[in-house]
Design a binder for this molecule. Structure first.
Ligand SMILES: [Zn+2]
Length: 72
């Protein structure tokens, strides 16, 4: 759980939430049926390496609002 140290954005006052910029690297496979429709792609993300961002950005105004590393 990443409980934020603030309840709303200090810049725009939005309480919409925040996001992190995650780094994703790798190669994956996207499955199709022969008629061109999407097939089962439940493992699409499992082949990728994730690195979660350490900075939280406001969903509304995109400004940096706090540092996730300082939350512990
Ligand atoms: Zn904001």
């Amino acid at each position: 759980m990443n409980r934020a140290p603030i309840d709303n954005c200090p810049y725009c006052d939005s309480d919409d939430g925040y996001y992190t910029k995650d780094y994703v690297m790798g190669r994956t496979r996207y499955n199709y049926h022969f008629n061109g429709t999407e097939a089962e792609n439940g493992e699409y993300y499992e082949h990728l390496k994730h690195k979660n961002g350490k900075v939280a950005y406001c969903k509304n105004c995109d400004k940096k609002i706090f540092n996730l590393a300082e939350m512990n």
